[in-house]
Design a binder for this molecule. Structure first.
Ligand code: COA
Ligand code: AMP
Length: 635
């Protein structure tokens, strides 16, 4: 089939408001928007400013009313507990209504914030949708973050309620969430009034009387009472959620998502980008703590009337590298989404893909990859192993849905390995030099998106309009700065090569080296430090810290290195995968004092490097190369 991409992209470009007005007709509004875009409002304008709607209504009520009640909304497949459960749209709606009633009794109303700190269990999704139902704003915090990261988020959004669980299950260990939550609340200056705790069979959490409430008990009681909680009408521009993501400091950025634009964009993308029809099974193997989980485990598939897979497991080891293929076959997955790192993990354990053979993948149409650059080797391996298109696409927490990709729903374009293909309607992607001037096709530069951003993208940062302006809009006038470096080739294909800031991508997880440096520097024996991302064959990148120790310290450096590693795990969390710390005599710097991070990175990554002319102490780079060699890293 010839691709309709060019025609559809051109239609958007010639009439963007008409394009999004038509897309907006695919969702239910209590009051349809009369204005499609209002440029005077907000930092770059607001989409559908006078539309009134509710995201929970579009995810659940309207499908049940339309006869989809018996279809599974979710299939909870949990190889770590051995459970597989189908949850119909009608059953999910009943649980969400009851949970919304519980929220209300706890004094949570429209605009109040609810933090959700949970493993991949259905109660987490119920907690999200119940907040959406009453117009409360949820903020999901990934389980791999430490107590202090949770505390920062509780304080920033001033959460009235926290929903959590007694534990999560990581291969080989049970992660007790509740003590982490207790610790976070102890650290936070703002104290949430209540915590709803889902007690799991494998671990009972100790409850704080007066504050903590057993989620299952109150949910059952609310269901028995049969209280009806209607969907609260919200403005299209009211916030649905805040999702914190790594910024360039220890203070994460609270990405705000609205209700109307978000639904319109997700609905469009499910149909026209992923090419999934209502009723089909869609699986994003991510976590609800990340944007992928928000957009494509929960909201996108439900808005589109799909069955979504809620997977509590890992690509390998739960129990073997065939788990993904089992799930695709057993539940009839049509389209799947994962991170390249997961495929690399599978390939490492099963290079010949023998684990694919026992499964019938005949209903499987495409595999989408994002979260980090999809290396051509991994794509080719997956194409061969699975016999379906393997499609790289590029986006960010901030955008909420893909900026670029090969649109299956419009007909695939020719593939160029290493490129997430072309910009989607809504996005005009350009590449500029550091002065903001356009560069020629094929020239590496700063990837920017012309304003306004399309529906679904962040309107601002939570309580931080100024920071939003400064971080994204100020540097290149009239553009949104993606902080990615890349180029666009002669055919308009985008290539995303690296970040231009201190963000690194570890196993598809976005982390700030600046935040890690803050933690390393807080160790009493550390005078100065630098954290860089070094290439890793499995995780893409892993962090490594270089530490300069105070001159009066006579302890073993290996002891300090161990302590610093422990500190990053304790303050940021295991997800940082910070396992390399190296004490050095001093940091390599230019004579003006700038740390030569990229040179250290090149040495560690075994890339050719040149002695910078402006270096103040040339011997130090050889010492660093030697220290890396001693740890089995780099040249
Ligand atoms: N709760 C608590 N701890 C968690 C966690 C969670 N939800 N998720 C991860 N962790 C912990 C892990 O247990 C691990 O701890 P450890 O240091 O004690 O081993 C640490 O955080 C790092 O985890 P992870 O990044 O998962 O690395 P891994 O080596 O355990 O597994 C992969 C490697 C590639 C299999 C794994 O990273 C993976 O499945 N990646 C897919 C990425 C993905 O879906 N990204 C979402 C964006 S699309
Ligand atoms: P996150 O906000 O966690 O989704 O991370 C977004 C960042 O991940 C982007 O700015 C990119 O640096 C990187 N990224 C995501 N998808 C891709 C991709 N397909 N190709 C290259 N980089 C990607």
């Amino acid at each position: 089939m010839a691709s309709r991409y060019s025609e559809v992209y051109a239609a958007w470009k010639s009439d963007p408001h008409g394009f999004w007005a038509e897309a907006a007709a695919a969702i239910d509004w209590f009051e349809s928007p009369r204005r499609i875009f209002e440029p005077e409002r907000g930092t770059y304008g607001h989409w559908f400013p006078d539309g009134v709607t509710n995201t929970c209504h579009n995810c659940l009520d309207r499908h049940v009313e339309a006869g989809r009640g018996e279809q599974a909304a979710f299939i909870y497949d949990s190889p770590v507990t051995g459970r597989i459960e189908k949850i119909s749209y009608a059953a999910l709606l009943a649980d969400v209504k009851a949970t919304a009633a519980v929220y209300r009794k706890l004094g949570v109303g429209k605009g109040d914030r609810v933090i959700i700190y949970m493993p991949m269990v259905p109660q987490a999704v119920i907690a999200m949708l119940a907040a959406a139902r009453i117009g409360a704003v949820h903020s999901v915090v990934f389980g791999g973050f430490a107590a202090s990261e949770l505390a920062v988020r509780i304080d920033d959004c001033q959460a009235k309620l926290v929903v959590s669980a007694s534990c999560g299950l990581e291969p080989g260990r049970t992660v007790a969430y509740k003590p982490l939550l207790d610790q976070a609340i102890a650290i936070a200056s703002h104290k949430p009034a209540h915590c709803l705790i889902f007690q799991r069979d494998m671990l009972a959490a100790e409850m704080v009387p007066g504050r903590d409430i057993d989620f299952a008990e109150v949910l059952a009681a609310a269901k028995a009472e049969g209280e009806e909680v209607p969907c609260t009408p919200v403005l299209s521009t009211d916030p649905l959620y805040v999702l914190y993501t790594s910024g360039t400091t220890g203070q994460p950025k609270g990405v705000v998502r609205d209700n109307g634009g978000h639904m319109v964009a997700l609905k469009w993308s499910m149909e026209h980008f992923f090419g999934v029809r209502p009723g089909e099974v869609f699986w994003a193997a991510s976590d609800i703590g990340w944007v992928v989980g928000h957009s494509y485990i929960v909201y996108g598939p439900l808005i589109n009337g799909n069955t979504s897979i809620l997977f509590e497991g890992k690509p390998v080891g739960t129990p073997d590298p065939g788990t993904y293929w089992r799930i695709i076959a057993e539940h009839g997955v049509a389209v799947m989404f994962t991170a390249p790192t997961a495929l690399r993990a599978i390939r490492k354990e099963n290079p010949g893909a023998a684990y694919v053979a026992p499964y019938d993948l005949s209903r499987f149409r495409a595999l989408y990859l994002a979260g980090e650059r999809a290396d051509p080797d991994t794509i080719r391996w997956a194409e061969q192993a699975l016999g379906v298109p393997v499609i790289d696409h590029w986006w960010q927490t901030e955008t909420g849905w893909p900026v670029a990709g090969n649109p299956m729903g419009l007909g695939l374009l020719p593939v160029k390995y290493g490129s997430p293909a072309v910009p989607l309607p809504g996005y005009q992607v350009e590449v500029v030099d550091d002065g903001g001037n356009p560069v020629a096709a094929g020239t590496l530069g700063n990837v920017v998106i012309r304003l306004p951003l399309p529906p679904g993208c962040l309107p601002t940062l939570w309580n931080a309009d100024q920071r939003f302006q400064a971080a994204y809009l100020e540097e290149y006038s009239g553009y949104y700065k993606t902080a990615d470096a890349g180029y666009v080739d002669e055919d308009g294909y985008i290539f995303i090569m690296a970040r231009t800031d201190d963000i690194i991508n570890v196993a598809g997880h976005r982390l700030s080296t600046g935040a890690m440096e803050e933690v390393c520097a807080s160790h009493p024996d550390v005078a100065e430090c630098a954290v860089i991302g070094i290439a890793d064959p499995l995780k893409g990148q892993t962090p490594a810290g270089f530490l300069v120790i105070n001159s009066n310290v006579s302890r073993e450096t290996s002891e300090i290195e161990r302590e610093v590693i422990g500190l990053v795990r304790e303050r940021i969390g295991p997800v940082a995968a910070f396992r390399t710390a190296i004490c050095v005599r001093r940091l390599p710097k230019t004579r003006s004092g700038k740390i030569l991070r990229s040179t250290i990175q090149k040495i560690a990554d075994r890339q050719p490097w040149k002695m910078p002319a402006t270096i103040d102490d040339p011997a130090i780079l050889d010492e660093i190369a030697e220290a890396l060699r001693a740890k089995g890293i780099g040249i």
